[in-house]
Design a protein around this ligand. Sequence first.
Ligand code: HEM
Length: 557
Amino acid sequence: METNMSSRAARAFFEAVPQNPTVLITAGLLAIVTAAVYLLSPGSNRAPALGETIPYFSNAYQYMTDMRSFLARAGKYLRSSSVVRFRLGPKKVYLVTKASNMQVLFRTTANVDTNIFFLMIQENLWASSKRDLDRFRNDPSGRLKNPAPGTEHIPAEKRYWAGLHHIFHEYLARTHESNALAANFQRQFAARLEERFPAGEWAAVRILEFVRADMTMAATTTLAGPRMLGLNPNLLRELWDFDEIAASLVWGLPKWINREAWKKRDRFNASCVRYLEDGWKDFDWDGPAASASWEPVWGSRYVRELVRWMRQCGFDKETMGGAMMILVIFGTNGNTIPIVAWCLIELVKDKDLLARVRAEIETTYVTDSATGTRTIDPQALVALPLFQSVFVEILRLHVSMNVTREAVGPITLGGYEIEKGAVLQAPTEISHFDEGVWGAPGHPAAEFWAERHLQYVDAVDEKGQVTRTPQFSMTGRSNDFFPFGGGVSICPGRFFAKQEIMLTAAMLVSRFDIEFVEWTTLDGSPSDRPAQNDVRWSGGASVPPDRDMKVRWRRRW
Ligand code: HEM
């Protein structure tokens, strides 16, 4: 869960410039202040600066209006220095790459703080009230069980970061809970497939459109129970409308500039508030359902514990609605759905790969001896070598996240001094495409290669017969790969995300005959080219395809 500070992010701002002289004047003043601050800063062992044509302006402008090109340009600088600096208004920003620097960013140290991005999202995306936002802002006690030194006097109920972190850790990241979520998701999604696609009948679907509807429904019911969609029949539209404009909200533009985006945010928030208010009516918090892995009122334990804690803290209803939007519906589906879509697209494109992945998946099916029902064993599934390699390759190529931290004290990165107050950003789109790390002969880093994360191991049996077995391997590269961020705020949903994504793709490719029909645009009309990353999402989220793939499929069983 993280959202976009990308091209879409400030398009609204720059589109507003010509109509709003106030905005233009503000931008001009910002540039002057920036220049003054910059010129007065003392020189030191500083990282090289990213060049620009109009000083103090062009980098910020491109960063906010065309993240894809900005990152491509920054990537060239980052080939010769692992840290590069530029200015974003009055903020000093350092772009960071290379495994050794990631270790510093993700290590729990007093001088690197992880809250900055979360606060920005809380303020602008999830409609948190000022009072509730200040509770987080003014809590210096940290996320861990033991309060940060010097903050021991803060009572447990006012340790908001730690309270939230505890819920993430206990009810999302723990194996028992993520396994329960995966089992439930498999049931929900299988029921949906059986209801929508009678066995033996061919149907035409567009992959992205299909997963945005059907997988989102199964995932939302798994996490939040059936009431979320039952009470809010327009929720899917609200979610994907919000996905389109989320980045433009991150900058906190006032309502009068960004009216449509605010409306979409508020509609989505109102649906989540409706769900919360309805759920409070008659749920028995002292009964057995309160600690069940899943029950029909709140769905998963994660959501139940989240709403219980927020209510105990006395958060305002919009803040609580916002948490449901971001931490349950948008932050999850907005990231998993594009990855599933890409996974299916790559498998359908390559018949040989599809057959090999199918054969692997077949080994993970188990049959219930009483009912005869066949289900996938999710633990076996996520350990398959080839399919896992495909999953990692898709994350590598299609998650573009500028993982963000703040230097709250001086630090050293890549041999350079970084001053207190600087923003640190590690763009996955640069590290994940580093030719030196990921490139292989005949398989440049920019291309999808299903086998990139496989190693073949030879074993000799007693008759001297050699068998080659593929093994999934990230050896030597794990610190260059961070689609889920890192350190204390690493995505707590990553285990469930992996199970959910691989289960969806596995159920479809193993139960359906699938044939490619054509590439389409997102509205369904024929496209003259295949899908590419939709660069509007560059820098802040999983990146969906900008074209859809139409297929014919038939459920075999
Ligand atoms: C492919 C899917 C996903 C990707 C790429 C992804 C990525 C991320 C990233 C990059 C962060 C920020 C980490 C950091 O700052 O170090 C994050 C945070 C988070 N993610 Fe995910 N995520 C995914 C799926 C999910 C799912 C399915 C859930 C929940 C079921 C989830 C829940 C969260 C939460 C609650 C946080 C906030 C953690 C905190 O600030 O402590 N994510 N995610």
